[in-house]
Write a protein that binds this ligand. Structure first.
Ligand SMILES: [Zn+2]
Length: 557
């Protein structure tokens, strides 16, 4: 249980958009006692305790705390989420031991962060990852383990087949858990027929919205090929191009099918479609400014470089890719309209991990949906009530109603009229507690995320031994042999903080020349191997891309 204020809180005078979809309430008065909403009324209608802390909200709007339902949580993200009014997240992929420890630490009030729901290891991950499964039996064993550990939902990833999904969904549903999929080898239709509840990034949708089955298979093959590289700019069709191939005369039928099965679609515009935003340049600059904020200096370098590269890709797109981006974006928006008209619910998730901005991403996703022509009131319901119901917590969370857990934000302005008002967050209350929404350079997580090497990154080098370990002052340059692991082309040896000429002679050996000027002085000097960036996530248990130190001594001649 989070620490609560000893005094009740009253938010009075503002416009309340309670997340139920009901018309907004002007001049509202919201009384919070302990961790819950006590009464929701109009200013002056209901008495409130004398010791209540009254927050005036005239000219402002009150909304339920926001949700981001597609997060790969990192230990540095909390302040960015909270500052942007995101009080709850659903994590769709992390080692289950770590993320469940975070979830429980937050619930106990020990970690200042948004409330966490989590899936743990995604089932059907790529080669060598924790969620890799080779057959139906392994998929079954993994889902059972995750459910035993207490995950809140189940995520399947691209290598999950229809047969695997079927057993996973059966187990998950029996335990009252939903299944979310980032699909790769199967279409949305096949996934839904086998029990999927939510399409992450709308994956699998394009292949389900074409009439010819050979064409659908070709699209699946392209998707699988893309999974292996994940690089935009590789020859072949982009993910956008697959959406551009969708046939509009299938839309109503596909939408009705998905709605009949109560499937949610997560468009994830901020991830897949951020380059299509009409505010692209503005947003890129905004990210640059955020990364330059000295109070946020704890954001790892790899996040900055991945984020900036994701924007810079735009300048390298060729004409065909630009066309695929534009056409895919338009088609996808059209499809979403058919889906919503048929009664479908959109899922607001951003896929923030190393490369996208936590917190801000949710506001941008709202903007994309407004740009696509959806009403702010619907979007707010999807992002709050809808998310809470999806995760099975609709009776406790997601709306501003008496008796529910008090997650509420105050924004300056009216996001129903102008969605950018969401950016003007004034107060964030989570579980009845007024949250500090500032950035603090000393923010740290009591349980840092264990290091996991990721795709397209170098290992952290380790030195086992060096030889020789000593020279005498004034000697000629010394050739130092270093044994260890994690050495790559581009590894450089650093002696006493100075990078010296290095030859990588093999995976487990590296040689360095210690120049004469470093041998001129008696002393004990550190020897380290530095690998090129990026080294996966910044490893909180090590400094960064450097190895452990060994020592080289220079003695008197
Ligand atoms: Zn993801």
């Amino acid at each position: 249980m989070a620490a609560q204020q000893e005094f009740p809180i009253v938010l009075e005078g503002g416009k309340l958009v309670d997340g139920t979809g009901n018309p907004p309430v002007e001049n509202a008065a919201v009384l919070i006692e302990g961790e819950r909403f006590k009464t929701i009324s109009r200013k002056g209608q209901a008495p409130y305790p004398k010791n209540a802390k009254v927050i005036k909200t005239e000219g402002k709007t009150l909304l339920p705390g926001l949700w981001d339902t597609h997060v790969h949580y990192r230990d540095w993200m909390a302040e960015l989420f909270l500052a942007h009014g995101v009080t709850t997240i659903l994590d769709l992929g992390n080692s289950s031991t770590w993320i469940l420890a975070q979830r429980d630490g937050v619930a106990k009030g020990k970690i200042r962060a948004p409330r966490i729901f989590a899936c743990g290891d995604p089932i059907g991950e790529g080669h060598g990852k924790r969620g890799e499964v080779k057959d139906v039996g392994q998929a079954h064993a993994l889902v059972k383990r995750l459910l035993d550990e207490g995950v809140d939902a189940v995520k399947v990833w691209a290598h999950c087949t229809a047969e695997m999904l079927k057993v996973v969904a059966e187990e998950a549903h029996a335990a009252g858990r939903k299944v979310i999929g980032h699909l790769g080898v199967i279409t949305a239709r096949d996934a839904v027929l086998n029990g999927l509840d939510c399409l992450a990034h709308a994956t699998g949708l394009p292949m389900s919205a074409v009439k010819d089955s050979e064409k659908a298979q070709w699209m699946l093959n392209q998707e699988i090929k893309r999974l292996q590289t994940m690089i935009i700019g590789e020859p072949g069709i982009t993910a956008w191009g697959l959406f551009a191939m969708m046939e509009e005369d299938t839309f109503d039928q596909v939408a009705e099918f998905l709605v009949s099965r109560k499937v949610r679609i997560e468009p994830d515009f901020v991830y897949r479609w951020q380059l299509a935003s009409r505010r692209r340049e503005e947003r890129e600059y905004e990210d640059f400014i955020t990364f330059s904020d000295p109070r946020l200096s704890y954001i790892p370098e790899v996040t900055l470089s991945r984020n900036m590269r994701a924007w810079q890709v735009y300048r390298r797109l060729n004409e065909q890719q630009l066309q695929e981006l534009k056409e895919g974006y338009e088609k996808f928006q059209k499809f979403l309209h058919c889906f919503v008209r048929a009664g479908g619910e959109v899922d607001i998730g951003t896929d923030t991990s190393e490369g996208r901005m936590p917190g801000k991403g949710v506001h941008r996703e709202f903007e994309f949906l407004v740009d696509a022509g959806f009403s702010p009131r619907d979007i707010i319901v999807w992002a709050t009530k809808g998310s809470a119901e999806f995760i099975g917590k609709g009776d406790e969370l997601g709306t501003v109603e008496a008796g529910k857990i008090a997650d509420i934000i105050v924004v300056n302005g009216d996001p129903l009229a102008d969605i950018t008002a969401l950016g003007k967050i004034e107060t964030v209350i989570k579980s009845g507690e007024i949250i500090d929404t500032g950035y603090h350079p000393d923010y740290s997580n009591p349980i840092p995320r264990p290091f996991e090497p990721a795709l397209h990154s170098y290992p952290v080098p380790k030195i086992a031994r060096i030889s020789p370990t000593m020279a005498v002052e004034g000697s000629k340059p010394v050739t130092l042999a270093i044994e260890g692991e994690g050495f790559v082309r581009g590894s450089v040896v650093q002696v006493d903080g100075v990078r010296v000429p290095t030859t990588c002679t093999g995976g487990k050996e590296i040689q360095a020349q210690i120049p004469a000027h470093l041998l001129a002085r008696v002393g004990t000097y550190t020897v380290m191997v530095v690998n090129p960036r990026p080294v996966s996530v910044k490893d909180p248990l090590h400094e960064d891309e450097r190895s452990n130190p060994k020592y080289f001594m220079v003695s008197f001649s």
